[in-house]
Design a protein around this ligand. Sequence first.
Ligand code: AMP
Ligand code: MG
Length: 408
Amino acid sequence: MTGQTERSVAQVQAEVLAAMRPIEGQVRVALHEALGRVLACDMVSPIDVPAHDNSAMDGYALKGASLAAGQQRFRVIGTVLAGRPGSLVPGPDEAVRITTGAVMPEGCDTVVVQEVCRLEGDSVTVPPDAARPGENRRLRGEDLRQGQVAVAAGRSLRPADLGLLASLGIDHALVRPRLRVAIFSTGDEVQAPGQPLGPGQIYDSNRYTLTGMLTRLGFEVIDLGVVRDSPAELEQSMRKAASLADAIISSGGVSVGEADYTKDVMRALGEVNFWRIAMRPGRPMAFGTVLDTPYFGLPGNPVAVMITFYFFARQALLRLAGALPLEAPLFAARLLTPIRKKPGRVEYQRAIVSRGADGALEVSLTGQQGSGVLRSMSEANAIIVMAAEQGSAQVGQSVQCLAFEGLV
Ligand code: AMP
Ligand code: MG
């Protein structure tokens, strides 16, 4: 029965991902505005890149066949510069001075770099074996042919993609509408920063970590504030969220405490799975649809929110946004702090990765690992991922890490 047994991280990831139906539609945006947007269709190159055979170096353009035939002295009949193609057509014993990026003169297939040549008056001497025929020439269409797909649909556009599209003369991109994600925090004890803190209250941090993570993914955040532990207020917020957004994320109220109403209200408005996941931190999570809108009911603890967002919501929301998966690779590092662990659950430990004296990667824990301790998250630059079947790890042992930068 749903909710009774513990699920593995991989099972939950697969189930959440499978439930996502990418949003439709496309909008045209200027390339300057396109960073992080998801391409709605393949962008095809309208031109050959480069558009002409051109020189890769400053030097002398000539016929490779002449070099092969033993010719060493060439008469220099002129110069071609980048951006200023000429009409010079050198003969077999003639050369043209050429700069990097300049169009190759007709009949020339080789550039000899200027440093190895000796220039006397209008003649240049090329030492034997200074260049092979065809050297230092970039061929038309070498990078990309006209009609070839330059960047494929589903790419979440990165700086290199923007540069590539610009190099094709394209100044816009057809992208999916920006994914709208509504968020709210729950809890009678939760107070918005900027307000005085009453007795027994804590400040809301979850809307801020979530806003940061969602913004980094290029999504629009609709912040619905803090909602009291009241079924009526929760229902109102869920209805509003579903009417405004493509996906909803709330934090808190998904455990089995008396004031944990989130999943009951979710059930009343849609379909919900309530999972106990074999992981630490972040065990309870609710996932389903509320009024046909995908809904992530994350735990309340601030670190658990970030971890469950990262491992369950991130890929799913990217898919919902129309993006192809962006895998973050794990890397190995040598442990500097022992980790105590029982086999059975995946554990995520906040950590600092640095380079040891021998140049190898080392990793140490950032102190207190309680699931409410955000400071250790703030100090960390990575998390150690301890697989479910793994037990304690000793100093010097190799462990798997995931870098934070650019991810959350
Ligand atoms: P809950 O699952 O609602 O019982 O919350 C678990 C723990 O996380 C409790 O100690 C809450 O006070 C805390 N918590 C819940 N929501 C937030 C929030 N938005 N910001 C900071 N802490 C929170
Ligand atoms: Mg609560």
